[in-house]
Design a binder for this molecule. Structure first.
Ligand code: SF4
Length: 178
C-alpha cells in the first residue's frame, strides 16, 4: 500500500503546478483523442511511444486499468508565444525530467510502475519503430494521448485547468502504480 503522506512530502520538493491521485475507474478513453494524434501530430507512426505503435485503444485501456491507482502530475511553463510550436515543445524536456523524478519517488514504494508522459520519445537517435522492438522499454514513456485518455474533464474535476490560458504551457503525466 502506497504511503501517500510520504509521497506527498517528496512531491512537495518538485516544481509541480499540481497533482492528484486517481482511481483508474475514473479514466475515460476514446478513439477521438487518437484522431488528433493521427491528423495533427508529426510524430504519429514514428516511434513506439506514439500510436499506432502503442497498440489499439482497448489494449491501452486494459493496460492502464490493470493498475487500480495512478498519480497525475502537471507542470506549467510560461513561453513568449504559445502559438510557436517549437518554443512550446522546447519546454517539454523539463517536464520529462520532473516526471522521471516523480516516478522514481513512486518506485521507492511500488515494484510495478507504468508511466505515460508528454514525450514522443527521443531516446535513440533513430527509433527502431517499426522494424524492430523498442530498445529501451524500461526508459520509454508513451505519451498520455497515445492511450486515448481524455484528460480535460479529469484535470478540471481535480482543480487543474487543462489550458491555463495566456502563454502558459501545461504538461501532464500519469504514473500508474501497484
Ligand atoms: S527508446 Fe528508442 S526504440 Fe524505444 S521508442 Fe524510444 S526511440 Fe524508439
Amino acid at each position: 500500500m502506497l504511503d501517500r503522506e510520504l509521497l506527498e512530502s517528496q512531491l512537495a520538493e518538485l516544481p509541480l503546478y499540481g497533482y492528484f491521485f486517481v482511481d483508474t475507474s475514473e479514466l475515460e478513453f476514446s478513439e477521438r483523442i487518437r484522431y488528433i494524434c493521427e491528423h495533427e501530430c508529426p510524430m504519429y507512426g514514428k516511434t513506439w511511444a506514439c500510436p499506432p505503435g502503442t497498440g489499439m485503444v482497448p489494449e491501452c485501456e486494459a493496460k492502464c486499468r490493470s493498475y487500480k491507482d495512478a498519480l497525475m502530475i502537471a507542470t506549467i511553463t510560461e513561453v513568449f508565444n504559445i502559438a510557436d510550436i517549437e518554443e512550446t515543445l522546447a519546454t517539454r524536456p523539463e517536464h520529462e525530467e520532473i516526471t522521471k523524478m516523480a516516478a522514481d519517488m513512486v518506485r521507492q514504494q511500488c515494484d510495478d510502475v507504468y508511466v505515460l508522459s508528454s514525450e514522443a520519445c527521443a531516446i535513440c537517435e533513430e527509433c527502431a519503430y517499426p522494424d524492430g522492438p523498442c530498445r529501451h522499454p524500461e526508459l520509454m514513456n508513451p505519451c498520455v494521448e497515445s492511450h486515448g485518455i481524455i484528460l480535460t474533464a479529469l484535470a478540471e474535476k481535480y482543480g487543474i485547468e487543462f489550458q491555463y490560458g495566456g502563454n502558459i504551457v501545461t504538461w501532464f503525466s500519469l504514473i500508474f502504480y501497484k
